[in-house]
Ligand binder design. Structure first.
Ligand code: RAT
Ligand code: ZN
Length: 413
């Protein structure tokens, strides 16, 4: 039987402890339309879009030809009018609507539109961040997105709660297509990485980092990440450009492994899937580059155990978050238990992956509920064995899981 006092102590501390959201797709408000918020954006979230097709069966082309507001209506009707919103993403809408003050016993799309704002004023952002109890938001900054880089020169003057991460998927996974783009920007590179290419790619990363001051560099991969990687340009770019750059700048490399892109391209962003990958390349990278630090999240449930074991072997490896398809109540609980049992509180418990500002609310409420459940259990066993579990102890552990481990790992002051 769980001791009631302990349960409420842990729940209170977990809800009071601010989170540092180390991976999102949100942007500083100064970056204009890149920061999404409001009901229509929330209903156009690709997690909901893909679920809605299972109900409305609309031809893809017809769906994408609709306006954003019309698509929101189609998704609303499919997932909230014609179906009970029990899925993770759909119930998240109800949870955030409630937190924002909507009457959820008769929620309508109109009411949701009236309650959520699609203009992210500083005050609105503060309200959402307070509700989610999030202090910092790490953006995903793509150096090949012109809409985004147009704002990079002004990054230093933007809302300080938003921090950058340099997302180099295109450099790593589609080098042949970005080489001409880089050449057009004045970098002396070619698709075969000959001549000055390596030095120039390094100069490119230095320029990006000088502009945005990333807390880490990141890229995602499917199950094709091997190490050492001899085929294609990625292995060389990793060894000769990215790893030395990260090492010398003192910033970690974040690897997001297991995303199989565009399995159904007609679904756009909603068409990506999951694949089980190999954890050995992660171990080899950690072993061969002890002076580099690696943040790693894996998408397949099947990879979680081996990743946690790898983190026991390599202290330059920091498992983070429960990403995308494993960010469900059941799997977050399983993964968090596994991590606590094998690593103690030395990992990054969660990130939101929010794409719409208001997502912060439900994603963090859920992360807090699951962590509370797991910690109550663990502390109860300790207490039953006579170990004192005080508020101070709980606070210290939760603070590490929600922000301290990440800040320390990235060297963020
Ligand atoms: O979870 C998501 O929203 C995905 O679409 C991806 O963006 C993923 O999180 C990623 O960062 O690649
Ligand atoms: Zn993401």
């Amino acid at each position: 039987m769980v001791n009631e006092d302990l349960a409420s102590l842990v729940a209170r501390v977990v809800s009071e402890t601010p989170a540092f959201d180390m991976h999102t797709h949100l942007y500083a408000p100064e970056m204009g339309s890149l920061l999404l918020c409001g009901a229509d954006a929330a209903l156009n979230f690709h997690y909901l879009v893909s679920e809605s097709f299972r109900v409305h069966h609309m031809p893809y082309r017809k769906f994408w030809a609709l306006s954003k507001a019309q698509r929101a209506e189609v998704v609303w009707n499919a997932l909230f009018r014609d179906t009970s919103p029990v899925s993770e993403a759909a119930s998240g809408v109800i949870e955030m609507a409630r937190a924002m003050g909507c009457d959820t016993d008769r929620l309508t799309l109109t009411a949701l539109r009236e309650t959520l704002s699609d203009v992210p004023t500083a005050e609105y952002i503060s309200r959402i961040m307070n509700l989610a109890n999030v202090t910092h938001i790490v953006m995903t900054n793509d150096p090949f997105d012109d809409q985004e880089t147009a704002f990079w020169q002004a990054m230093d003057t933007m809302d300080k709660r938003f921090l950058a991460s340099l997302r180099i998927d295109r450099l790593m996974n589609q080098y042949s297509t970005v080489a001409p783009v880089l050449a057009g920007k004045g970098y002396d590179v070619d698709p075969s990485l000959s001549g000055r290419s390596i030095a120039e790619l390094r100069r490119f990363l230095e320029d990006c980092a000088d502009a945005v001051h990333p807390v880490y560099v990141a890229f995602s991969a499917a199950d094709d990440l091997t190490y050492p990687e001899e085929t294609g340009p990625r292995g060389r770019i990793l060894r000769e450009v990215v790893l030395p750059f990260c090492r010398e700048r003192g910033i970690p490399l974040s690897l997001m492994i297991g995303a199989r892109r565009r399995v159904n391209p007609a679904l756009h962003d909603a068409g990506d899937s999951v694949v089980q990958a190999d954890v050995r390349p992660v171990e080899s990278l950690c072993a061969d580059y002890p002076d580099n630090r690696f943040l790693v999240s894996m998408l397949a449930r099947e990879n979680q155990h081996a990743l946690v074991v790898a983190a026991r072997k390599f202290h330059n490896l920091m498992p983070f978050g429960c990403w995308w398809f494993v960010n469900t109540d059941t799997l977050v609980e399983e993964i968090t238990r596994m991590r606590l049992e094998l690593l103690g509180p030395t990992f990054v418990a969660q990130h939101s992956d929010a794409r719409v500002l208001e997502h912060l609310i439900y994603k963090w409420q859920r992360a807090r509920r699951v962590l509370t459940r797991v910690l109550v259990d663990k502390y109860q066993s300790l207490q039953d064995s006579g170990w004192p579990v005080t508020e101070e102890v709980v606070r210290r552990d939760v603070e590490r899981l929600f922000s301290g481990n990440f800040k320390q790992f990235v060297g963020w002051a």
